[in-house]
Design a protein around this ligand. Sequence first.
Ligand SMILES: [Zn+2]
Length: 333
Amino acid sequence: MNTQTSKKRSGILAIMAVFMLSTTASCNQSNTNRTTNTEQSPQAQEAASTPSAQLEKTKIVTTFLPMYIFTKAVAGDVADVEILVKPGTEVHEYQATPENVKAIATANVLVKNGLGLEEFLKNTIKNAQNSQLSEIDASKGIKPLDEISPVEKIAKAEDHDHEHAEGNPHVWLDPVLAKQQVVNIRDGLITADPKNKQVYETNTATYIKELESLNNQFQQTLQKTPNCTFVTFHDAFPYLAKRYNLKQVAVVEIPEDQLSPTDLQKTINIVKKYKVKALFSEPGVDNKLLKSLSQDLKLTLSTLDSLETGETNPQYYFQAMKANLQTLETACK
Ligand SMILES: [Zn+2]
């Protein structure tokens, strides 16, 4: 297995090297490499600060991936959009860096998810001392669900260390609430940067259409399997479950070493009691404990993406959510 993957990897590396050579050769002609926009932004800032640059772009910092994606979808190219918590970094236990403070100090707008997710911002914003900063809370007006949402609580989940007194923050995983977040971001950007109102409105309308179509797909697919129950390891899906009549019945917090026999027995009982159909991990998580748990529970282990990490491209939301829908459809059959 391992040698196979490393072979694959080196194959990919080789392809990338060729690709990079060819883009270097043609980079005078086009500037289409959007994925490296965090590297481009210092240049963009430089351009914006030179007196000759007519278009001084609004600088927006966003907290983590879904906020970046939604903001980028609304702003397109008329503003500079940055991300504080880089993909691949765990948002729930995030510690701010000096770069984060610098980014906030020079920004016009900050977009956050809210609902207590971005604990790290409190001191960071204070330290940045930016009195011009306008903050957009993307969850404004959304009624939060309790943080610990499942029907049954496994001991581990009760004493876990999130401090989400404001409710469960994972609202972006419900396409309908995602739409509300996008609208909140649009309205905040129009207030902060009224000259680009038209662009923000047009871009938002397009993105909302896609969100509505995604919602329809979820609705049509999942109405065939009402009350499909699942167990997860990350309390990320209560809004999604509520929207589409699924049931997240338990959250098992996976410890470093092994699950206690009591927690294991509890989980097995829940699986029987609720006729649990699925056990969901997350992409990129390769945990022996999860595998042995799924064997103990006689359930297939599949992955649901919480979108806390992934590609920084507005279309990634739809890509990942459609993959989630496919996983749910298969698991709930
Ligand atoms: Zn989360």
